[in-house]
Write a protein that binds this ligand. Structure first.
Ligand code: SAM
Length: 253
């Protein structure tokens, strides 16, 4: 029997739901960012926004003893997070919910920590920081990754790729100034190393793309989807020294 023709959203979910991560990152960089926060024992309420299937949510759960809510727009990803939380015996304090990062369902000033890896650029760095601040307690922490320029040279092809994807790139200095203007004390920033893109994300994703091409033979939507994903890899291999995900860590003033 032939497989039904998938939409781009179907393909996005089908590609990513079985992957360990849905974007560049790693356990090591999640832990490095956590290392910049103060006393972890005092963190009792955390939200992980755009959590995907929750690789970093589960890592946070290993270091924090309080409650952690992962939020994502796709129920398939949230299903995986909740299954993993149950399997690892932390389902009573780690839960995934479906929701939107620009309309958070939390009480004002209720969170000690807002975490977000690879997601804030979907709503805009400044808009996200401004909206999320209201949900943090005074002194609460924020740790987010956002694609950023790493050099003064900004290749037009990269500029075009990211703006077509709906998010622009800014320099680290610019983003730090935005973070401060949004009412946070700047604590630290660091760029994710290359293996967070390649080994942790592109390589496992490519294996799934190969399977998609076999599953949906001669499907133009699938071919275009795979080509776009491979183009992203190609761009990163050529221009990756100029841009990357940067972790920004701050504290609500
Ligand atoms: N944090 C995960 C990781 O690092 O593997 C997932 C990162 S993935 C690049 C971005 C995630 O943001 C996706 O899971 C996507 O569904 C979610 N997302 C994008 N826009 C969103 C929105 N407006 N509200 C909630 N989730 C959103």
């Amino acid at each position: 029997m032939e497989n039904k023709q998938p939409s781009i959203i179907d393909l996005l979910i089908e590609t990513h739901v079985g992957l360990e991560r849905q974007g560049p990152g790693s356990t090591e960089t999640t832990c490095k960012a956590l290392g910049f926060l103060g006393n972890l024992e005092q963190i009792s309420n955390t939200a992980d926004l755009g959590c995907g299937s929750g690789p970093q949510t589960m890592e946070l759960a290993r270091h924090l003893s309080g409650s952690i809510v992962g939020l994502d727009m796709f129920s398939d990803f949230i299903g995986v997070l909740n299954e993993n939380a149950d399997k690892q015996g932390v389902g009573d304090r780690v839960r995934g919910i479906v929701g939107s990062m620009d309309d958070l369902p939390f009480e004002e000033e209720s969170l000690d920590l807002i975490w977000s890896e690879g997601a804030i650029d979907n709503i805009g760095f400044e808009k996200g920081l401004a909206h999320w601040r209201g949900f943090l307690k005074k002194g609460g922490y924020l740790a987010v990754t956002c694609p950023s320029w790493l050099t003064a040279e900004h290749p037009a092809v990269i500029e075009g790729f990211w703006s077509d994807a709906g998010s622009g790139l800014d320099s680290v200095e610019h983003n730090v100034a935005i973070l401060q203007a949004c009412g946070y004390r700047f604590i630290a920033s660091f760029a994710l190393p290359e293996y967070c893109w390649t080994e942790k994300y592109f390589v496992p994703r490519e294996a799934v793309l190969e399977e998609l091409l076999k599953k949906y033979p001669d499907d133009e939507t699938v071919e275009a989807f795979v080509a776009e994903n491979r183009y992203e890899v190609d761009l990163y291999s050529k221009y990756g020294q100029h841009y990357g995900y940067v972790f920004y860590i701050g504290q609500k003033l």
